[in-house]
Ligand binder design. Sequence first.
Ligand code: SF4
Length: 333
Amino acid sequence: MAIKVGVPSTLFYYNYFPMVQTFFQELGVEVVTSKKTSKNIINAGIQKAHADTCVSIKVFYGHVQDLKDKVDFLFIPKVFCLNGKTVYCPKFLALSDMMKHSLDGLPEIIDTHIDVRENRFAIWQAFYEIGQRFTSNKIKIFSAYYRARRSLKKYRQLMLQGLTPEQAMLQIKTEKKQAVSTPKAKSLRFAVLGYSYVVHDDFVSVNMLDKLSKLGVQTITLEQIPAHWIKNQSKKLPKNMFWTFSDQLIKAAFHFFKHQDVDGLIYVSTFACGPDSMVIDQLKLEAQKRPEVPFMCITLDEHSGDAGMHTRLEAFTDMVRRKKESGGLKCAK
Ligand code: SF4
């Protein structure tokens, strides 16, 4: 029977799962993911996490509990820095330790440390170290790593074509083309910016993307933005944010404020998110200077409900549509 590695389907999952899955599968290891986020998963997380932790970490606790009795290993690496400039949120760095100290009966955790600031080959070395748990064949590990990188590249390309993470993963899995919804002639286009594990988790985001689609709004998220848009903003800002995702989100937002290539910008945050306390203030200041791009910030928590979310999105969409139709807004290019 194949060894099973559990991958929680939240946090890094939305950015790196195809890479992780390919790597393990190439080594003959079965990959098991946790169920989609649900009320039960969140409730399980709330019972074990500190009360003042952000929702995303509470959700993570729930996913780990969903997996822990089904697998031989849990994959929770300590990822510090992957670009040589910015680091991941401190809560990401402590994930494996938080789980070990709060949950009983866990299988062995693969918590390999990855920091490219220490060594530019750190990613390969981390995967080599992980692969050695399952095979002593270095060539096999290298081949698995090479294919894993190719999967990640393909995954990112599919999202740049407009697919959501879920659609892109499905396309990679089935090799069947997924339909990308094309905007109707008069529809609006909003940038919906926030952490991938919030925006693309239907339960946590209260189906925000789907609700906007039903309101006639085409959306663009961080994962669907070309890297050079973000890089170009780097040259214009005095410094980077410390945290990788926050840095990318600020730069993406600044791109939309400057180029006005969307009809509106929604920033999605979660209650008790430390990095967002700085990101949101910066965005509000920029939004005041750029009133041409309507801006709304939505903060989610474990109690966010369907009706409240629908009302806020509908009110914002109506306001933007009326302003646009009356000529008060520049149309998206
Ligand atoms: S970035 Fe914010 S939401 Fe994400 S894990 Fe860190 S504190 Fe939580």
